[in-house]
Write a protein that binds this ligand. Sequence first.
Ligand SMILES: *Cc1c(COP(=O)(O)O)cnc(C)c1O
Length: 228
Amino acid sequence: MNQRLEEINSRIRKAAEQCGRDPQSVRLVAVSKTVPSERVLEAINSGVTILGENYIQEARQKFDALNAHPIAWHFIGHLQTNKAKYAVRIFDLIHSVDSIKLAREINKRAARINKIQNILVQVNISQEASKSGVHVDHIKPLIQEISGMSNLKIKGLMTMPPFFNQPEKVRPYFGALRNLRDELLIRENVIDAGLHELSMGMTGDFEVAIQEGATLVRIGTAIFGARK
Ligand SMILES: *Cc1c(COP(=O)(O)O)cnc(C)c1O
């Protein structure tokens, strides 16, 4: 575990340095879906500071088991509105907000526990019908709506590009997400400068994602091995 993590951290560092970025500007989200708590604990003991979980039920159990450790919890899966009440109790950052309905529910549930919930807006950058995420045409109205919600704070954008075996094929999608972030940040001025995070890049393509500006890379397989 230790060795795997060292290797990934060194690849992250190299990818950042090669394109003139500060390696500290890229954070590793260790994606621990389906991985039992004991193995997640090994990762924490090896220096992991952010966990990414996809399923609320599973995350609640792990949170109970690992909550005492000083780690940040990120939700990266599809969030059903009826699970928002659990999500706000556990997660420091929810990467997958992609509708006004979901945003409203998270806002309401966060308000009840007096929390400002940090979120990312998930963008369907490839505009494939099967993918979750907000369509590019609907992103500005969604962000504008969310900016009016008192218990949500948008920290940036997230995307899941189409799957390719060659990371170079994914590069245009990562670049498109960065351009969209820059456009929203600079030209549209739709919300405050909090919108800097770019959650993109997984085991197969995180170096390319870093070259295109990723600030959060979500890596599971390279840390924990193949999932069943
Ligand atoms: C599972 C998952 C990952 C991690 O994928 P790996 O290829 O195992 O690194 C990243 N992001 C999301 C949204 C996931 O569901």
